[in-house]
Design a binder for this molecule. Sequence first.
Ligand code: FVH
Length: 295
Amino acid sequence: MSADVTVLGLGPMGAALAGAFLAAGHRTTVWNRTPGKAGALVAEGAAEAASAGQAVTASPLTVICLATYDAVRDVLAPAAGELAGRTVVNLTSGSPDHARQTAAWAGLHGIRYLDGVIMTTPPGIGTPDVLLLFGGPQADFDACRETLSALGDPVHLGTDPALPSVHDTALLALMWGTLTGWLHGAALVGADGPGGNVTATAYTAVADRWMTTVRTFMTAYAPHIDAGRYPGGDFPLRLHHMTMDILTHAGELRGVSSGLPELCQGLVGRGIEAGHGDDSFARLIEFIRKGGGPA
Ligand code: FVH
């Protein structure tokens, strides 16, 4: 038996969520502040409710996905009575404080609450390996895990409702850092030789293989960060710095922007100047953390 689910908010993401629940066979009730956005979903079998309060009484589980947490408060507060004893999964983007405050509010009203983030854009919803991250009581997550799997791969990070938001920004940092490095590489290979003879597509096929090695670096360095000890092994900061010279020089030869190599080399240089040339790359976390460097 597929569980019934209510979706509050039919922006691009809310509509994609509702569509995925319908596609997975869940009886789905939808509501949006501004009428007129439910037509396509109703045609696919959704029930449209006249108010948020009416919508939440249709299902044991309500998924809310609005523009802001202020909007979430505006919508949920008047429906608090109807929501008591039911579960709310909030997939609105916000800060860790937003998540904790909303969880505390839900607790006061006897509402089961999970905070979550979606690590994709609307067209990715319903893809089995797309990450959706959740925080809140384990039992509440377990109770709706199967329903949420209609959206992608739901992962429970822990009982703290702020954990998804904390990971959201960290994963965005990883994405933009990685994409900037990839673009820099595409600019380098595209500027090589007369007319630039390596296409971004050809370069990306090789870069994709290289990411396997980059992942092994992350996996090896993470315990260094957690332990606060950074054994350099056969690839210490000193060697990173020398290798970065090659990158800087290659950019100069091809007239490619020097912003990224300068950023990397500046950071590694600070580590070496502070006496950490024999340490691993992970030592640089101390120059990135709040305060910008060790005492
Ligand atoms: N779209 C995306 O790619 C990203 C991917 C990652 C996560 N986000 C977050 O999802 C939330 C919803 O995003 P959205 O794309 O659906 O569109 P938004 O424009 O952010 O939200 C539109 C809905 O919010 C409703 N809304 C706004 N203010 C209020 C309010 N005061 N009371 C009730 N509802 C409100 C709006 O209603 P309406 O304007 O149609 O009446 C839409 O339903 C968001 O947090 C992203 O960061 C999406």
